[in-house]
Design a binder for this molecule. Sequence first.
Ligand code: DMJ
Length: 949
Amino acid sequence: MSEAGGALGCGSPVPQRAPWNLVAAATALYLVSATSVWTAGATPMNREEKQKLGNQVLEMFDHAYGNYMEHAYPADELMPLTCRGRVRGQEPSRGDVDDALGKFSLTLIDSLDTLVVLNKTKEFEDAVRKVLRDVNLDNDVVVSVFETNIRVLGGLLGGHSLAIMLKEKGEYMQWYKDELLQMAKQLGYKLLPAFNTTSGLPYPRINLKFGIRKPEARTGTETDTCTACAGTLILEFAALSRFTGATIFEEYARKALDFLWEKRQRSSNLVGVTINIHTGDWVRKDSGVGAGIDSYYEYLLKAYVLLGDDSFLERFNTHYDAIMRYISQPPLLLDVHIHKPMLNARTWMDALLAFFPGLQVLKGDIRPAIETHEMLYQVIKKHNFLPEAFTTDFRVHWAQHPLRPEFAESTYFLYKATGDPYYLEVGKTLIENLNKYARVPCGFAAMKDVRTGSHEDRMDSFFLAEMFKYLYLLFADKEDIIFDIEDYIFTTEAHLLPLWLSTTNQRVSKKNTTSEYTELDDSNFDWTCPNTQILFPNDPLYAQSIREPLKNVVDKSCPRGIIRVREESFRSGAKPPLRARDFMATNPEHLEILKKMGVSLIHLKDGRVQLVQHAIQAASSIDAEDGLRFMQEMIELSSQQQKEQQLPPRAVQIVSHPFFGRVVLTAGPAQFGLDLSKHKETRGFVASSKPYNGCSELTNPEAVMGKIALIQRGQCMFAEKARNIQNAGAIGGIVIDDNEGSSSDTAPLFQMAGDGKDTDDIKIPMLFLFSKEGSIILDAIREYEEVEVLLSDKAKDRAAILKGKMIPSYIINSNPEMENEEQPSSENDSQNQSAEQIISISQAVDLVDQEAPEESSLSSHSDSSPADTDNAASISPAEQTLNPMENQEPTSLDGECTDLDNQPQEQSETEEDSNPNVSWGKKVQPIDSILADWNEDIEAFEMMEKDEL
Ligand code: DMJ
């Protein structure tokens, strides 16, 4: 890798613009030397292997894009499980996520410039023609201003930027006459009414046809928006202005940024997550670098790079200084309160912050970038993907993963900055995991739960816009790309804008902001990019030496609490503050500490105990802060325990032809029957029971014998259905919801409860599928007749399914004894039951709203806005003698702490699978048919192996 980095601010040879150009040109040299002196550390990857990985990325892109074009286009997105387009209004609403869909072929527009980066110029030309022919921007649909800007306006501008580049080269796009730019301009004008507020901050949503506040528009009543939503416009809007000469767009985006800057919390220099667009008051006063704020910071720095306006760099540096002072706790990045920045606002991080190491590279602050990236990588190694949120002790907080690209983005920038081949290995792992766990026959499916490997019928457009670009560029050499990536900057959606825009149409008047910064210390302003020779002083092991101490930060035992213990905790002579997890309501010493912290204990009439904090009653300000943190921890603890009471979702994986484990459906567990988290998975062919509701003795026992029975929900208790199919000889059951159209995408999963009686007699595993997931199995039966599934706590590796480890049942003789071995003994069952009961004891915390001064605010819920103090929490009597930590310890129940690469379950599979007598089914097949099936399996396996190389 010889170049300094596409849109890598510090290091990009930026043409034609004075202030940035000088420093960039100089530092570019240092990056070159940093990359060329690499001699030790991770083994360098040779050109051949890089090319192989690059080709694999190309093949994966073809799979994703090809399936979108074939099965979904002109819809906005592909639904990769059901292999059709997602058309807004035709699918159950998913809430805000759907605001990205404007019936404007979102994925096609978002993919335009990826096609050129991936050297698919011919396909790009076709795609542009399709956009011009088919896309309508005048739909009566309410869309997110932010998403439409970054994905659609950005997509059109990225497409235009590369179309004119190609046209100039003289081979492709010779017919192009700025049509994409005209569309972008049309869209820009459609978004402008959103800015009609006194503050200049845009409304969060707009109707593409009717604008805002008209009765037909169905929007315009909102009062709040997120900081990133209002602060992530300047790159696209300025580019639009400079490309077209219409200055209004850049003016509007600048005004919104100016307003946000004015409203920053002046003592901490931080911004909150949401702001009132009319009054400018902070609605959520927590502050981090992830969801809700992320790209506001990104755009300040990148606006400086693209537009050369110093005020953006000054603002960025001021915020960056605050971020590093309060939010950065290497390797963690933890939200704090804008007014009390020493106080953590939560004990978990979200996946969106994974972009931040990339931004730190652009800023030139490599060390913390390496640290945070390494921590994130270890979380990924544990769960295969970055869960949407994870705790400070690296357990899953929100288990979804919609194939977000931020980590790949940071990996790319770190590789560009360090040249360390370690980052190529990281990229290779990302590719492997995508192919292993997210690839389905019709594209790539988002992970519904990284712990179980279950899927969501969703492939977001950013997966094509960003993921493939960063992964391809990671492995590409300069000659693999048909243009110079250094001449462009990446928007937050990875769209490419040319840096020459900095000197074009600079007609927008800039606010004179000099006086605003006089209060700030000069050291806040780094006017030069760091010298990478100092960062990497001829030491190729530099990055490795930073990573090394973090190697075990996420280990198999799920260590608790590397969360920063505030300095005050160690003040001499003082005991460390009481942690919520250690609190016992019967311990007089603890009650004394509560009092000192201003926390009082109120015994409620219903027997519960309520905690209320009055910061003003604390013995000192430090005790008041400790009290605030204690209350916050108590709330976190409680919500965590409430979550842990729930059995985690289970997986139904279709393993027979042509699915071969690629389709994984999210299933609800049952509170009775075989617990799949403690026992080996159950595998078998499916058969519908008669009667279908399973509410009486089955009339078709021969059909369900030795199989997994399908039963419809309704008309009797779940346990009754289970008993009826068990009596007929079924080895498992899947209850399918009778509410047509229901889906785990839109409805919360639940556990099937028993019937209030003893359910120990039910030995078979039972899972629940919503109607949409259930119909995937029913459709498969219609199409292929014989459908074999695996019921388990998490999806199994497809290689394990096919590599002879789990040989399809029809190849092996059946052995009923083995099946019996799989049934748990009733003794085990009762043990399991009691284990669950212990775990289900938890703290119930209720919140009591009380007025209090803003300065002592506390997050009232782990993911909600901070509530103003006084803070209150109540605990039920059952917990008064309970040490909450005991209940919190990760158990095999939720599997969060099991290393997915090293599961004991897989081990037992191997042992048992090596036994040729193992059988999961009893199907008798003629030998020809067996061989034909087996050949098909081998072919599929070979294909898969090729895929995964
Ligand atoms: C993308 O749409 C953009 O990167 C945005 O800034 C936030 N993240 C999503 C993808 O995760």
